[in-house]
Design a protein. Structure first.
Length: 161
């Protein structure tokens, strides 16, 4: 990256940190979507009546997330987050809250790495994968911590960690 800021977006985000390697035209569009979620996060708010909440941190880069879930009759009725960190971690949290709404809590426990990379739709390297997974791991911790009843076999990871 050059020192003149050419790799930075209007929002001050280093575009080179969002996606790794050469990107296709389609992936460039998804990168813009990630940057939009970072600059204009959906569901970034505290939920005072959350039935499940947890904090997560990525000590390698300092990303922090707090997830808030309202679970009613085994379904996630509301999902929100607060946090700070890189574009990948914050955009992932924003996208995940939208995906979780209406989902069975037990199904959310079964989501994994493929679910998150499928949402982001850009190549994510090993180092940045921890950023991408932080919101999901934190939401799953919230569900477990709240002691939500889960049917036998539910919550088994459907895809890679």
């Amino acid at each position: 990256m050059s020192g003149n800021g050419a790799g930075r977006s209007a929002g001050g985000v280093d575009r080179d940190q969002v996606g790794e390697g050469e990107l296709t035209q389609e992936q460039l569009l998804y990168r813009e979507n990630i940057l939009d979620h970072y600059r204009n996060p959906r569901n970034r708010r505290r939920v005072p009546d959350a039935t499940a909440s947890a904090r997560g941190k990525n000590p390698l880069c300092g990303d922090e997330i707090e997830m808030f879930l309202v679970v009613e009759h085994g379904k996630i009725a509301d999902a929100a987050f607060e946090g700070k960190g890189c574009a990948i971690s914050q955009a992932s949290a924003s996208m995940l809250t939208r995906k979780l709404k209406g989902m069975e809590a037990a199904h959310a426990l079964g989501l994994g790495q493929e679910s998150m990379t499928g949402m982001l739709r850009i190549p994510i390297g090993v180092v940045r994968m921890k950023c991408a997974m932080l919101a999901l791991r934190t939401a799953q911790d919230a569900i477990r911590k709240a002691g939500m009843p889960v049917a036998d076999g539910a919550g088994k990871q459907e895809d890679d960690q």
